[in-house]
Design a protein around this ligand. Sequence first.
Ligand SMILES: [Zn+2]
Length: 55
Amino acid sequence: MKCPECDGEIPLPKDAIEGEIVTCPDCGTSFELYKKEDGRFDIRSIQVVGEDWGE
Ligand SMILES: [Zn+2]
């Protein structure tokens, strides 16, 4: 799995499940695993919600 941020290789666990969080060992960015329509896994950015830094 290629990291969209740094093009590094993100290892996928053999027993990967949808919704699992994987982290790129190169840049430290975390992604969420999801299943595409063809049944293969892909990753997407995690949408951070609920973080309120008190503007
Ligand atoms: Zn990366």
